[in-house]
Design a protein around this ligand. Structure first.
Ligand SMILES: Nc1ncnc2c1ncn2[C@@H]1O[C@H](COP(=O)(O)OP(=O)(O)OP(=O)(O)O)[C@@H](O)[C@H]1O
Length: 466
């Protein structure tokens, strides 16, 4: 896109003007640029001074944290006992995506690591993201790997072929050898549901085992568990035993409003060169992000995206136009790009859910999970593909909510009717279906549009008359 508009073109041309080389010899405008010159030129035109500051995974300094005083106070007070040799309580950090859960727990535990270190004690922070993990066994193995990497030890057990019990033993052994106290941080805990419907969910069993590890002396030092989730009703699905041993202190992370998002961005304006940001850029980015659920990650992504666009076009300053264009591209591309990277099973689950939205009455665009699952089953039959359980189907679609493709809500069917999930598309379900069809066997299903419509109608009717 470089040089695509007049200003960009002027900028590119400026970089190609006559200039002396290292020996003072003049290189003509028509001579070919060296790689070094091209690289230098790029550096010259960037609007960024420190682009890392607007990368989502950069660990920021404490002074850049905005609007999370209450949560910081709570997490500090809960974890403080660690410094005095006492066991801190377990915690449940919950709230929508991008509201600072990982940031706050990460910032506090980092300080505790440092303070413990200065007293000659070792505080272990063992943090995993449960989203890509399917089973309890894999989760325990992931915890072992995380500890082993942190303390530079051998993993010491094979990934498969040994019991989960043996893995727990290895985990406890490593923790006992290397840490005086430890916190397990389990991000996106609700996505660790396990494979089989009949079992207690994997997250429930993991929380039970880890939170009990110090009372049973499996771990000698002090242990606490922090579970992070977007699901406010997460504790409702936990087995009674796990609930009483986990028994967490809750810390709630609400959405940010536009003013808070503005402050978050303002605190990172030094990611850009001085004067590279036009005045209306930060308020506009904050306003866009506030519209999409007050997610700070989205605000930071858009901020960076606008800067990248200015760079691509060779513009000196980031303007409102860059923000708008960038937001447009994010909206259009994000969901579709994500779809490409999904496994076939996830694509089928998503396709089935999107089909329900597409073929149902526009005034009732949310998809009850039993209906989505019935359509999923019909599609897998048509394709002669493997069929997952309803829990796995729900897990897959819930996972897509963490990418913002769908939003989820837990619903009740009234007295004695049980609970189900309801999915609502945030983007265009038709575009998603078309993208999936581009590269999978689902083409044969897509060709049977009328039949699919009939299946959706029948399933919705059955669901609503039950
Ligand atoms: N209060 C804040 N001040 C400054 N930056 C913030 C704040 N909250 C979040 N961020 C930034 O937003 C991004 C997302 O934050 P974080 O990962 O902590 O969210 P989360 O609540 O854990 O999200 P998820 O539920 O999706 O895992 C990070 O880059 C983080 O630095």
């Amino acid at each position: 896109m470089r040089g695509s508009d007049q200003e960009g073109m002027d900028q590119s041309l400026r970089g190609r003007e006559k200039h002396p080389d290292q020996d003072g010899e003049t290189i003509g405008a028509e001579s070919k640029q060296s790689i070094r010159e091209m690289l230098d030129e790029d550096e010259m035109v960037s609007v960024f001074a420190d682009r890392d500051l607007v990368e989502p995974n950069t660990i920021i300094d404490e002074e850049r944290i905005v609007g999370r005083d209450d949560q910081l106070d709570s997490v500090v007070s809960y974890l403080k006992p660690t410094l005095h040799g006492n066991r801190p309580p377990n915690m449940l950090l919950y709230g929508p995506a991008g509201t600072g859960k990982s940031l706050i727990i990460g910032a506090v535990t980092q300080q505790i690591i440092d303070l413990c270190h200065s007293k000659g004690k070792c505080f272990g922070v063992v943090s995993i993201n449960c989203q890509p993990i399917n089973t309890l066994d894999q989760a325990v193995y992931e915890l072992i790997q995380t500890v082993a990497t942190d303390v530079d030890a051998e993993v010491g057990v094979p990934e498969t072929g040994v019991s989960t019990k043996r893995k727990y033993r290895r985990l406890y052994h490593l923790v006992n050898e290397h840490y005086d106290s430890v916190i397990f941080i389990l991000d996106e805990i609700d996505l660790l549901s396990g494979r089989r419907v009949i079992d207690e969910p994997a997250y429930s069993r993991l929380l039970y085992q880890l939170s009990r590890a110090s009372t049973t002396n499996a771990i000698e030092g002090r242990v606490s568990v922090a579970a992070l989730t977007n699901d406010p009703k997460f504790m409702e699905d936990i087995d009674g035993r796990a609930e009483s041993s986990f028994n967490p202190r809750d810390v709630y992370f609400p959405d940010y409003d536009a003013t808070q998002l503005r402050e978050i961005l303002d605190n990172r304006r030094d990611a850009f060169r001085q004067d590279a940001l036009e005045d209306d850029v930060i308020p506009l980015v904050a306003a866009f992000a506030a519209q999409s659920h007050g997610d700070a990650r989205k605000a930071i992504d858009l901020f960076r995206g606008a800067g990248d666009l200015a760079d691509e076009r060779g513009d000196d300053r980031v303007t409102e136009a860059h923000v708008r264009k960038s937001q447009e591209e994010i909206d259009k591309d994000r969901s579709l790009k994500l779809v490409d990277g999904l496994t076939t099973q996830k694509k089928i689950s998503l396709y089935a859910t999107a089909a329900v939205t597409r073929y149902s009455d526009p005034s009732q665009c949310s998809v009850p999970s039993p209906v989505g699952f019935s359509v999923y089953r019909w599609i897998t039959d048509e394709l002669d593909a493997d069929q997952m359980t309803r829990e796995t189907y729900v897990k897959y679609v819930k996972e897509l909510s963490t990418y913002g493709l769908v939003s989820t809500a837990r619903k009740s069917r009234g007295r004695g009717g049980g609970m189900y999930m309801e999915f609502t598309f945030t983007g265009d379900p038709v575009a998603i279906m078309e993208r999936i069809v581009e590269d999978t066997r689902l083409e044969t299903v897509a060709e049977q549009e009328e039949l699919l419509q009939t299946i959706v109608d029948a399933q919705l009717q059955e669901f609503h008359t039950k």
